[in-house]
Design a protein. Structure first.
Length: 253
């Protein structure tokens, strides 16, 4: 069963993080939604956060994990928020099991194919040799040699934890990500359609959803609204949480 953070009472709101993320990334926003009368379920996908590790890693399998989670917790008529890779999971889930989903929010990802573009991040993570028992500061120093952006580094380093005394490790399954990185960019099958209410949010500094992608979005999600959040890149919920929250709560209330 997937690990999750559950907070609040009311209509179920399922939140699915992006690649190399985890439920903790949504702590602040999750609490806000809980205060607004939702029961928030922030998930850790397989091979992420505190959820189990597995050699099997595909969007179809991740959707089945979420379906099992919803069945276990008896969740019905859910609202779902998915960011980046989590948005791809959410899109596939909503188009495959439309009876389960009442509203869909997709954050800064489209249904199209994305070529592999995480090479620098994976190189940085693979450069860390935990057998040498590095400190947190040493891990950050290694990663900073590859990734100059402070925000991206901090996002990745949130995955560090003490596996044993004086032994750090990453929570995610780096081995499987190295082997299955092509999976992340997979397109939504052409025939998949979800006709219920859908909101796409994109950052104005991000190139993940272009104007030229609108036609593909409307093909799969004919009732979709597409909004642009100012002063935000790909991690729009972290870079401009105020506007992100405002768009989402107006849509789901």
């Amino acid at each position: 069963m997937l690990h999750s953070r559950i907070e609040g009472e009311g209509k179920p709101l399922v939140i699915i993080h992006g690649f190399l993320g985890m439920s903790d990334n949504w702590k602040t926003l999750g609490t806000q939604f809980a205060h607004d009368g939702f029961q928030v379920h922030a998930l850790d996908l397989r091979n992420h956060g505190k959820s189990f590790h597995s050699e099997h890693f595909s969007y179809e399998i991740m959707v089945e994990d979420v379906i099992q989670y919803c069945e276990f917790h008896q969740l019905k008529d859910i609202t779902i928020i998915g960011h980046s890779m989590g948005g791809k999971v959410s899109m596939l889930l909503a188009t495959t099991y439309p009876e389960l989903v009442s509203k869909l929010i997709v954050a800064d990802i489209g249904p199209k194919y994305y070529a592999p573009h995480h090479q620098t991040i994976l190189a940085a993570l693979n450069a860390v040799d935990f057998s040498k028992k590095p400190s947190r500061a040493q891990v950050e120093e290694i990663v900073s040699g590859y990734i100059k952006d402070f925000g991206t580094r901090q996002f990745l380093l949130k995955n560090l934890y003490w596996e044993a005394p004086e032994q750090l490790a990453f929570r995610f399954n780096l081995k499987v990500f190295n082997e299955k990185i092509e999976t992340i960019g997979t397109a939504l099958p052409f025939e998949n359609v979800f006709s219920k209410e859908t909101l796409f949010l994109r950052g104005d500094k991000s190139d993940y959803i272009l104007d030229s992608d609108f036609e593909t979005i409307y093909h799969h999600f004919p009732t979709a609204k597409i909004e642009t959040i100012k002063n935000a890149g790909h991690w729009l919920h972290a870079e401009n949480p105020k506007d992100f929250y405002s768009y989402v709560i107006d849509f789901i209330k």
